[in-house]
Design a protein around this ligand. Structure first.
Ligand code: SAM
Ligand code: SF4
Length: 352
């Protein structure tokens, strides 16, 4: 298997250029955006094999000595908050619950930056056993990914029969105070007709549902622009069962556009990454599980913070690399461009 097939970019850049960058500690870029939201992937391993994300056999394992350690993650998170203006941190993967030291990561970050909201995106499998401990460690919120409430449909698309475990995980998170639990569902042809049932389930369980347009980040490279389900199609399907009233976006950098359901106050969100892209308000910066800094899901330009950390870089050096990486962030993903090429890493290898 080649590096590219493994989802690992073959070329990694050295130090990013800071030419033309204004004097500011924050993570600004050439298009006037400021990154405030840090996504930290902590593993490539996963308990499911969603067809829009992972290959059937899972991603090739990252050697243990190439994974960032608890101390390294805590150091980078604290630096991002105290030196670079990051205001919110979300742990993701792969499946973050598959790291046994997840509680230590959360606890360490919470100790260093107690005012900063810490969140996690998870598939919910096994969450019922960890929710209380994670909340006690300092985790504030969880987003659980769930695309359908139909057991056979779930098993087909995740290649695992674990729907009951996800339900239990969502309820345990809510009971542990990790609320409001947001549920993320990727829009797919296969599950579109079940979207109203999923919304009904989320309303009944007090969860906030957000649908996400599928992006070309699947390991099997089966995504096709012409076949993807769009936000507009979803609105038609949901509109047949519910009365939806546009509620806007609230925070302009929030990716989800919201609709009130049956007069509210409950809402449903749609993250129309492809058909109504919001790159011009993007406020993300990303760290992969093996310590690479990425400024965009779709850009293969990465900066090696693991090597910098282990080579003895001080906080000023790391901050300079981070600022440079973000200064050179590109304008947008260009999915609709004729010459669009998907990134070499897939979603599970970047962290969604
Ligand atoms: N395993 C965790 C989970 O599923 O929530 C965290 C990692 S997963 C890569 C993060 C998010 O990315 C999930 O909400 C998942 O549905 C979403 N995702 C994965 N592949 C995607 C794709 N091709 N397009 C859009 N979203 C995707
Ligand atoms: Fe695993 Fe999450 Fe990817 Fe599904 S979306 S395969 S749960 S990492």
């Amino acid at each position: 298997m080649t590096l590219v097939e493994m989802g690992i970019p073959a070329v990694r850049s050295g130090r990013p250029s800071l030419d033309g960058r204004p004097e500011t500690p924050y993570l600004v870029d050439r298009f006037g955006r400021v990154a405030r939201d840090l996504r930290v992937s902590i593993t490539e391993k996963c308990s499911l094999r969603c067809t829009y994300c992972m290959p059937e056999e899972g991603l090739p394992p990252i050697p243990v000595d190439e994974l960032l350690t608890v101390d390294e993650i805590v150091r980078l998170v604290a630096l991002a908050v105290t030196e670079l203006g990051v205001r919110e941190v979300r742990f993701t993967g792969g499946e973050p619950l598959l790291r046994r030291d997840l509680e230590k990561i959360i606890e360490g970050c919470h100790e260093r930056v107690p005012e900063t909201p810490l969140a996690m995106t998870t598939n919910g499998v096994g969450l019922r056993h960890r929710a209380r401990g994670l909340a006690a460690a300092g985790l504030g919120r969880v987003n659980v990914s769930l695309d359908t409430v139909d057991r056979l449909g779930f098993a087909r698309l995740t290649r695992r029969d674990r729907l009951d475990s996800v339900f239990a995980g969502i309820r345990a998170a809510r009971d542990a105070g990790l609320a409001p639990v947001k549920v993320n569902a990727v829009l797919m042809r296969d599950t579109l007709s079940g979207a109203p049932d999923l919304l009904r389930w989320c309303l009944d369980e007090g969860c906030e549902l957000r649908f996400i347009e599928e992006m070309p980040l699947d390991a099997d490279h089966e995504w096709a622009r012409a076949e993807m389900v769009t936000a507009a199609e979803l609105l038609d399907v949901l509109g047949a069962r519910f009365t939806l009233t546009e509620a806007g976006r609230g925070d302009p950098s929030a990716p989800a556009e919201k609709w009130h359901v049956d007069g509210g106050p409950a809402t449903v969100g749609i993250i129309a990454t492809v058909t109504r892209k919001f790159c011009d308000t993007c406020d993300r910066t990303r760290l992969t599980a093996d310590g690479m800094l990425r400024s965009c899901l779709f850009s293969d330009q990465e900066f090696d913070l693991r090597q910098a950390l282990r080579g003895g870089a001080d906080d000023d050096d790391i901050a300079a690399i981070w600022r440079g990486a973000m200064w050179n962030k590109w304008a947008g993903h260009g999915i609709d461009a004729e010459n669009f090429v998907p990134p070499e890493r897939t979603m599970g290898a970047i962290g969604g």
